[in-house]
Design a binder for this molecule. Structure first.
Ligand SMILES: Nc1ncnc2c1ncn2[C@@H]1O[C@H](COP(=O)(O)OP(=O)(O)OP(=O)(O)O)[C@@H](O)[C@H]1O
Ligand SMILES: [Mg+2]
Length: 323
């Protein structure tokens, strides 16, 4: 793959700790480790697309610079590599056991998606971790630190990454868009941030997929590519149903399905996202939530989409009677 065709998330993965946004406290402490040329075993935990893998790789780069060499100074494994107990007992152990090159204080083993390791594999890791600490420090990356067995947790310092805030995602998107000569409108930018929900990778991926369709990215395009519906459209449908205009709400829903090519389940998820923003009573919100749960289940059991969605709207109309 040529450099130009690389996915944006790889192409624009920050190379230095300083370029990682939104995790100031963590970055500050990591930099101190680099300054001291010493670090404990680490766990990076947190939601997707918040900079965990990026930070681990940047650590390695800043520690070793030009001496960065796979297998000699660092090793990165992730869930797609074999990670059973055998790999831990052989491959990982061999790496951890071998002395680091003379001018390097210790090697680093990055275990990405460590929460997918089985408990016995983690148990095996625990021994290796302890026995060869002098030679090798580990960075375990996971979404949920509670999936790491307690004895490993207690041997590590845990860093918790938080979801990126909207402003930081927006800044990053603008930066990439500019270099790539893509121009999102203001609405497009806001939509990218909205569909990302704190996951910077998702925002960047949608920017790239929208960019291949059109250099000018507006709200409409983003929602379409993300398989989501602009919130106003869902609100219109709910509004109609809540005002007892069943026919109108069914028509709006059909238009939406034709326009966006969404599945019934997808529609229900979109509605679910909106109900808490609606200006309606708590009682109605509770009623709506229950209905959505019921119809999600019906669809999952193979109910016909059109019928189920119309029945859902009809039931929403009837909700008023219980007010
Ligand atoms: N804090 C951040 N600062 C700048 N860019 C970021 C940040 N977090 C994520 N990104 C962008 O998102 C992409 C994915 O980030 P990364 O691979 O570090 O996520 P992750 O936290 O490891 O997520 P996952 O749990 O899904 O593996 C990066 O290539 C980078 O472009
Ligand atoms: Mg990762």
């Amino acid at each position: 793959m040529s450099v130009e065709n690389r996915p944006f998330v790889e192409k624009y993965r920050p190379r230095h700790l300083d370029d990682i946004v939104n995790q100031e406290g963590i970055i500050k402490r990591l930099k101190q480790f680099i300054k001291d040329k010493s670090m404990p075993h680490l766990i990076f935990a947190g939601p997707a697309g918040t900079g965990k893998t990026t930070s681990a790789l940047a650590m390695v780069r800043e520690l070793y610079g030009r001496k960065m060499a796979v297998n000699r100074t660092y090793l990165e494994l992730n869930a797609s590599d074999a990670r059973g107990i055998d790999v831990i007992r052989t491959y990982i152990k061999d790496f951890a056991k071998a002395r680091p090159p003379i001018d390097i204080p210790f090697k680093i083993l990055i275990l990405d998606e460590a929460d997918n390791m089985t408990a016995p594999a983690q148990q095996a890791l625990r021994r290796t971790m302890e026995k060869y600490t002098r030679n090798c420090r580990m960075i375990l990356i996971c979404n949920y630190s509670n999936k790491i067995i307690p004895p490993i947790q207690s041997r590590c310092v845990v860093f918790r990454f938080s979801s990126l805030n909207n402003e930081d995602i927006k800044k990053r998107i603008k930066y990439i868009a500019q270099i790539e000569s893509i121009s999102p409108t203001n609405g497009g930018l806001n939509a990218l941030v909205e569909v990302a929900r704190g996951d910077c990778r998702r925002a960047i991926n949608y920017l790239q997929s929208c960019g291949t369709i059109s250099k000018k990215i507006d709200e409409e395009l983003v929602f379409r590519v993300a398989g989501e519906v602009p919130p106003e459209k869902i609100k219109e449908i709910l509004d109609a149903a809540l005002k007892s205009q069943l026919q109108l709400s069914i028509k709006l829903l059909n238009d939406l399905i034709n326009d966006y090519g969404l599945s019934g389940l997808n529609i229900i998820k979109n509605i679910h996202r909106e109900i808490y923003d609606l200006e309606i009573s708590e009682v109605l919100k509770i009623g709506l939530t229950k209905l959505l749960a019921e119809f999600e289940f019906r669809l999952s059991q193979g109910g016909t989409e059109v019928i189920q969605l119309q029945a859902l709207l009809a039931k929403i109309v009837m909700l008023q009677d219980f007010e």
